[in-house]
Design a protein around this ligand. Structure first.
Ligand SMILES: *Cc1c(COP(=O)(O)O)cnc(C)c1O
Length: 383
């Protein structure tokens, strides 16, 4: 059925009607007072969302562009950085840092396991010469549904004193608290098609005073993503290049909606969605890929019951029920399903997804569960 699609993937996420309406008009000139007013309003709300007084700069790019800006502005070739990865997006940080000729020290955990803050702390403690210039990692690892312990890792980085903390918060910002000022996070990257509830195309980078000091010394080549240029323009409510004007309309509307809901309510909603999704799939016989203690608020990864192919589940959910979920990436292809519950997602969406998942399992001839048990477990988690 046309226009019935439910997007339950961890990005792009569904876009509210109000936001779609805001986008559906002619662009306006980006050197007009009218557009500058939008830039100014959005700037205030982005700082609110990041819980910071730091600059939050907007680039025309997907989340990876924001990540790239988060590297090339603060380092010079040969700088030693500790990149910690436990999934697809951690791997992306490693590739990115290597592509720019940084001296990359890699710390890796298996996909599905959280990063070990104390192991990171041990490497930092051993660096008595303070040669490590940055610690780089993913907060919510979308490929595995693992939430890394931002506060604990940050404590070790602060003990080190020299290194910048650089965080991919693409699927944590707007889902769980990322208190930039309280934790003194130096660089935080995010993208529009995740928690922001707008289509892909905008990247966001928050930059601390300490990171700006590093910027002044950094010599990696940069032009389009030179954040200093964005900062100068932002001070005048301008953008250096032609921005995706209509995405700014969307962003203004979505940030207003987020303001209305309130940060605490947004975080509580995602926490409920996470708990209900996990309870629902578990009751149906799925294995939870990430431990309860480190579960992402944005996405739940689960291994299907014995004998059921992950690909068949996604296929039937999509064909019969117009629900789109994600599969595994790289070596997890065909091994897990991933249900996104990020952004414009309500309790109802999770109940419907779990109910459709039950119907899908029945269609696949799986009898190892009591029909209704997934929905019941999800409903109970909502109480
Ligand atoms: C989606 C995502 C990104 C950015 O990917 P793009 O396709 O460039 O938008 C980065 N990190 C994480 C953890 C993500 O989920």
């Amino acid at each position: 059925m046309d226009d019935k699609l439910m997007l339950m993937i961890p990005g792009p996420t569904p876009v509210p009607e109000r936001v779609l309406q805001a986008m559906a008009k002619h662009p306006i000139g980006h050197r007009t007072g009218e557009f500058s007013e939008i830039v100014a309003a959005v700037d205030v709300d982005l700082k609110w969302l990041h819980q910071t007084q730091n600059d939050v700069l907007v680039v025309a790019a997907s989340g990876t562009g924001a990540m790239e800006a988060g590297i090339i502005n603060f380092f010079s070739a040969g700088d030693r950085v500790l990149v910690c990865g436990n999934g697809k997006f951690g791997d992306r940080w490693i590739k990115l840092a290597k592509a720019y000729g940084l001296n990359v020290e890699v710390m890796q955990e298996d996909w599905g396991k959280p990063l070990d803050p104390d192991a990171i702390g041990a490497i930092l403690q051993a660096d008595t010469g303070k040669t490590i210039k940055g610690v780089v990692f993913t907060h919510s690892e979308t490929s595995s549904g693992v939430l890394n312990d931002l506060a604990a890792i940050n404590r070790h980085v602060k003990d080190h004193g020299e290194a910048l903390i650089i965080v991919d918060a693409v699927t944590s910002l707007g889902a769980i608290s990322v208190p930039v000022d309280e934790l003194e996070l130096d660089v935080v990257a995010s993208g529009s098609q995740k928690g922001y509830m707008i289509p892909p195309g905008l990247g966001f980078v928050s930059v601390s005073a300490k990171a700006w000091a590093a910027y002044d010394k950094a010599t990696l080549p940069k032009f389009y993503f030179d954040l200093g240029t964005y900062r100068k323009n932002a001070a005048k409510n301008l953008t250096p290049f032609t921005p995706p004007i209509n995405l700014y309309f969307a962003l203004q509307a979505s940030l207003q909606m987020m303001r209305q809901e309130g940060l605490e309510s947004i975080f509580a909603r995602h926490s409920r969605l996470q708990a209900a999704t996990r309870a629902g799939v578990k009751a149906l016989g799925f294995g939870l890929f990430a431990p309860d203690s480190h579960a992402s608020p944005a996405v739940t990864a689960a291994t299907p019951p014995e004998g059921i192919a992950a690909g068949d589940i996604s296929k039937i959910l999509s064909k019969r029920f117009d629900i789109s979920i994600a599969g595994g990436q790289d070596h997890l292809k065909g091994k897990i399903i991933r249900i996104g519950h990020l952004g414009f997602i309500s309790d109802r969406d999770v109940l419907m997804t779990i109910a459709a998942l039950e119907a899908t399992l029945l269609e696949l001839g799986y009898t190892g569960f009591t029909p209704g048990s997934g929905v019941a477990a999800a409903a109970k988690a909502f109480q």
